[in-house]
Design a protein around this ligand. Structure first.
Ligand code: ADP
Ligand code: MG
Length: 346
């Protein structure tokens, strides 16, 4: 009897001393009005779980600071007061708003956080869109050049009445980058962090690239209908689509990417995927093709060596940036680069 008891306690001791098994861990949460997903490889599952929680906590923190839905966020305070007086904000928010104007500059105004001056008149779940008169009245307030920055005091001021801002087109990418930075600092080497359409991949997946699927705009939730799959590692990727938040009325699709020049939903592509070093950047760029059109956007992307793009046109064609095109010589008479469908990089 004593012998058996001794054996049992020895067994328990061995179990307790054995290292916990390395494993892939993942978790999904609803934060920032979207689906946040973290997947990582952890040598120690307890540390892995704590790392995932730290990422989720960071996303909640960023949401509390930057959400335009939360009336007491600093972003909302800007919208409430910045037309009357300069509003002081945290350096982090100041910097992201300033960075947003950089993306306005390189996208020729397609990305413009002041789009919200007209964007707030849309309510997709309730199928509400503004009338032409409402758009005409609100549109003069849309212009990123009227954002006034005081870099010493970290204040933001609106240079036009009726102006509003909304970071929905860049804050998720920023939050994803923050999440990856947290994981790296904790020694994680293989991970995926996603918020809405924005993802970043750390390392690879079991020695192979991650396979990132691009959804079919007509059947975005059908895994058998994806338009292409792209093998990626150690990079960021953002996809914007006209199928994310939308409603159809009288044959018109009203969706959440707004052309800052017209105040209408921008429809020059159905979906746009941007690949690049950080999710803040790929998020800031993924709206461009909807507004400027795929050809002009490919000109911009093809001039940026670290970036690539895949667009789905309204007729369903796929357009790739030069970096994703197969390195084959083009047959004589073929249309110029960036204007033809090309096969998946597989
Ligand atoms: P997700 O939020 O799923 O990542 P996107 O990256 O496509 O989606 O961003 C869409 C969001 O960007 C909209 O919901 C809105 O908050 C914001 N937005 C819409 N139009 C513009 C624009 N022209 N410039 C900047 N932000 C925009
Ligand atoms: Mg995004």
């Amino acid at each position: 009897m004593r012998w058996v008891a001794g054996l049992t306690s020895l067994l328990l001791l061995t179990l307790a001393a054995a290292p916990a098994r390395a494993a892939w861990l993942d978790r999904t949460e609803a934060i920032m009005g979207t689906r946040v997903y973290v997947q990582l490889w952890a040598d120690d599952p307890e540390k892995g779980k704590a790392a995932i929680e730290a990422v989720m906590e960071e996303m909640r923190r960023i949401d509390a600071l930057m959400s335009h839905y939360k009336p007491d966020s600093q972003l909302s305070r800007i919208n409430q007061h910045a037309a009357l007086e300069p509003v002081e904000v945290d350096r982090e928010l100041f910097d992201l708003i300033k960075l947003s104007t950089h993306f306005s500059e390189i996208t020729l105004g397609a990305f413009d956080i002041t789009y919200a001056s007209v964007g707030y008149l849309y309510n997709y779940p309730l199928h509400v869109h503004p009338s032409e008169e409402q758009i005409k009245a609100a549109l003069p307030a849309v212009n990123w050049r009227n954002l006034q920055f005081d870099p010493v005091h970290h204040t933001i001021r609106f240079g036009h009445p009726g102006m509003r801002i909304d970071l929905g087109g860049i804050a998720k990418g920023y939050a994803v980058d923050r999440g990856i930075a947290i994981l790296k600092a904790r020694g994680i080497q293989h991970a995926l962090v996603t918020a809405g359409g924005d993802s970043r991949l750390l390392g690879d997946h079991l020695g192979r690239p991650w396979l990132v699927s691009i959804a079919h705009p007509d059947e975005p939730h059908n895994p058998d209908k994806v338009v292409t799959r792209i093998p990626l590692s150690d990079t960021a990727v953002s996809t914007s689509g006209d199928y994310e938040r939308y409603f159809d009325e009288d044959g018109v699709r009203y969706h959440h990417i707004i052309d800052p020049h017209t105040g209408h939903s921008a429809n020059k592509v159905r979906s746009a995927t941007i690949i690049g070093p950080t999710a803040t950047e790929t998020d800031g760029l993924s709206k461009t093709a909807f507004v400027l059109g795929p050809e002009k956007t490919l000109e911009i992307i093809n001039r940026m060596p670290e970036f690539d793009a895949v667009f789905v046109t309204p007729s369903g064609r796929l357009l790739y940036s030069n970096g994703l095109r197969p390195p084959k010589p083009r047959p004589a008479g073929a249309p110029p680069p960036g204007a033809t469908p090309s096969p998946s990089p597989h």
